[in-house]
Design a protein around this ligand. Structure first.
Ligand code: SAH
Length: 220
């Protein structure tokens, strides 16, 4: 529960974020902009960072991890070209902010987080917000979803040295995968398309993400 005054402050900062940080940088998809407007980032930010909930950057969420910059969340979502029939696999639940955005645009989101405490907290926030089309799994997302299953879209929200093979295998033909590829420090945001079993890659921009630690990614 927030006071009237802080509600107003959040609302102003939220609108400024949409106009300046998203529209001002080329987020043009009106459906994505609508969802970025609908999902309130303050719900996913720790108490001590509430005043920076709409700041133009990532913020700590504990356990050495971060909630992504709103622009990057919007950009990756726009690149995924979601439709309401899509089943999406997300690797790196973190705070659940990106998960919430995806859940409004897809049929179902399957999300994997390595750190149990973060997964549980994200699940609690999404439950409180009434989001009911997300399945959570605690484990190593570099190995893909634990059951055999293929996805229309895959989003990796932590840096990988290369796209983990199990994720390429779990991407449907005709599907898209978005994620940061590179080494600690700076990575390239990559969109992969699978067509007739073959992967083509498109580079979007430089990004900075925490590392994905796992069997098919960086060593733990
Ligand atoms: N999109 C999230 C940010 C996630 S940060 C948000 O906006 O809040 C990246 C997350 O990936 C971290 O929570 C980290 O714990 C998680 N992670 C790292 N390695 C992982 C792995 N192998 N499998 C699943 N999650 C992993």
């Amino acid at each position: 529960m927030y006071s009237r005054e802080s509600e107003d402050r959040f609302a102003r900062a939220h609108q400024q974020m949409i106009r300046r940080d998203l529209m001002g940088r080329g987020i043009t998809d009106s459906v994505v902009l609508g969802v970025m407007d609908e999902v309130r980032r303050e719900e996913f930010v720790l108490d001590e960072y509430q005043s920076q909930a709409y700041a133009d950057g990532p913020l700590p969420i504990g356990m050495g991890q971060t909630i992504s910059q709103p622009y990057i969340v919007a950009l990756m979502t726009q690149e995924l070209q979601l439709d309401p029939d899509c089943e999406v696999l997300e690797i790196g639940t973190g705070s659940g902010y990106q998960t919430a955005v995806l859940s409004k645009l897809a049929k179902k989101v399957y999300t994997i987080e390595r750190i149990g405490q973060l997964a549980e907290s994200a699940q609690a926030v999404l439950g409180r917000l009434g989001v009911d089309n997300v399945e959570f799994y605690i484990g190593d997302g570099s190995c893909g979803w634990p059951q055999q299953r293929c996805f229309d879209r895959i989003i990796i929200t932590a840096a990988v040295p290369k796209i983990p093979l199990p994720l390429i295998e779990q991407l449907k033909d005709g599907g898209l995968l978005v994620g940061p590829v590179g080494y600690a420090g700076v990575q390239e945001l990559v969109v992969c398309e699978k067509k007739n079993g073959k992967i083509t890659e498109r580079l979007i921009c430089d990004v900075r993400f925490v590392k994905l630690l796992g069997k098919f990614s960086f060593e733990q």
